[in-house]
Design a binder for this molecule. Structure first.
Ligand code: SF4
Length: 62
């Protein structure tokens, strides 16, 4: 499963707080998915981050 951050990101940083294993912030604060989750636990955290994003900027590809 792969995660993507689309252009709706408002740089709130929530996804990085929830799942730093997958998400990281660019220098301008916009998030991106740096890698695919390595395990089911990390995948669950990334999914939690996706569901918590206030502007639905995170998408996933199965
Ligand atoms: S939670 Fe959503 S809006 Fe906030 S930094 Fe992550 S992708 Fe961007």
């Amino acid at each position: 499963m792969k995660f993507f951050v689309n252009d709706r990101c408002i740089a709130c940083g929530l996804c990085v707080s929830v799942c730093p294993e997958v998400f990281e912030l660019e220098r301008d604060g916009i998030a991106y998915a740096k890698e695919e989750p390595e395990s089911g636990v990390i995948c669950a955290k990334a999914t939690e981050a996706m569901e918590g994003c206030p502007v639905d900027a995170i998408e996933k590809d199965d």
